[in-house]
Design a protein around this ligand. Structure first.
Ligand code: FES
Length: 371
């Protein structure tokens, strides 16, 4: 028993193995300041983190990045997480993987692979990812994943420049053998905020997408599950980010910083623990960061008196920080928020953005990404 107040253990852990990545996606949600290779946790520290996670009740680990295949010890990490008793999901662009490495991951026990897709043809995919040849490589990796027999989810990140290809995207995910496709509209965090104007879909696109999805969910029923992550700014109410702060999940960054969510380090004044000094369970139950917005006591009056407070838990703290400049404010996306006007003005301004405008790519320059 780790605590005497009613805090349940986390269900999932996002392990950001590295920030190195061969792609240059303009919607990268990683923080503005990336962690360099010389500050990454080594293999044995990650294996200890996995054991601690399993011991405290975590059920699944998502191995993510950057591109996790940039780490040569990836199969060893998968095996260690699996031996600890965790369900292992690998989130990858596929770049840096080949058939041989996939077989090694399969032998190591990877349970599931989530493969990202930037577009339905080379022209869009390679343009968005900033990586020539990425599309053909992804098709080939998806084929290998299918042949080896590892369950596959396709993660299609959607925005103004590919949302009109939604139907084709779903067809492609099905042809690739995905059991599930996550159609995720860009979440504006980290680097993605720099490209918000060019990536923000229009209201017409969003409405069309919803109509297509309604029909497709029925058509693919029983064969492929379709999850839709709608664009935040067009919603009337906020998402229940992380299922509520400090309630179901935690993140470990490449250098071992323990975060309550992917973007939490944009919140000024927060103190984060690090796995190099602090046990996972100590941080989860007693750490300042995990307790900062846990439960309902911190909620602004607006949310405390709202009948949705147990549905969206006040929304996303990082979005409140990014738009309202105050992490403890109600999520500005909420139609009841005094800051909603800012979201509407942003949408209005961004709708006028010329589609021909160029991306600000995220390039991470290292000599050898996979060393
Ligand atoms: Fe930090 Fe939503 S991303 S609370």
């Amino acid at each position: 028993m780790e605590n005497n107040i009613n805090i349940l253990p986390p269900i999932a852990m996002l392990a950001e193995l590295t920030h190195r990545c061969p792609l240059a996606c303009p919607y990268c949600s990683n923080p503005m300041e990336l962690i360099q290779k010389n500050r990454e946790l080594n293999t044995s520290t990650w294996l200890d983190v996995f054991r601690q996670a399993a011991a405290m009740g975590v059920l699944q680990v998502h191995l993510s990045g950057g591109e996790p295949a940039s780490r040569q010890d990836l199969a060893e990490l998968v095996a260690g997480a699996r031996q600890a008793g965790l369900y292992v999901n690998l989130i990858t662009s596929g770049i840096g993987l080949n058939r041989e490495r996939l077989i090694a991951l399969d032998v190591a026990g990877v349970d599931h692979i989530q493969l990202s897709l930037q577009g339905v043809n080379s022209q869009v995919s390679d343009w968005v990812s900033g990586y020539q040849g990425s599309f053909q490589h992804k098709l080939s990796i998806a084929g290998d994943i299918r042949e080896i027999g590892i369950p596959l989810t396709v993660n299609a990140v959607m925005h103004r420049h590919n949302l009109d290809d939604l139907e084709e995207t779903l067809q492609m995910a099905y042809r690739l053998g995905a059991r599930r496709v996550e159609v995720a509209c860009v979440q504006f965090q980290g680097w993605a905020l720099r490209n918000r104007a060019i990536l923000q879909p229009t209201r017409d696109q969003v409405d069309r997408a919803k109509r297509i999805l309604a029909g497709a969910i029925e058509r693919f029923r029983g064969e492929m599950v379709i999850d839709f992550v709608p664009p935040d700014y067009y919603a009337d109410f906020p998402k229940a980010c992380m299922g509520g702060w400090g309630s179901t999940g935690l993140n470990v960054t490449p250098d071992g910083t323990l975060l309550p969510c992917h973007g939490a380090n944009i919140i000024p004044g927060m103190e984060f623990d690090n796995v190099r000094q602090t046990r996972l369970a100590d941080s989860w139950y007693r750490g300042l960061a995990f307790n900062a917005f846990r439960g309902g006591d911190w909620l602004p009056e607006l949310c405390k008196n709202c009948d949705r407070k147990n549905i969206d838990f006040g929304g996303c703290r990082c979005q409140a920080m990014a738009i309202a400049g105050d992490a403890s404010a109600a999520d500005p996306v909420c139609k009841k928020s005094p800051h909603r006007k800012k979201v509407d003005l942003l949408l209005e301004a961004e709708a006028k953005c010329e589609p021909a405008q160029t991306f600000r790519y995220r390039r991470i320059r290292t000599k050898n990404l996979c060393d």
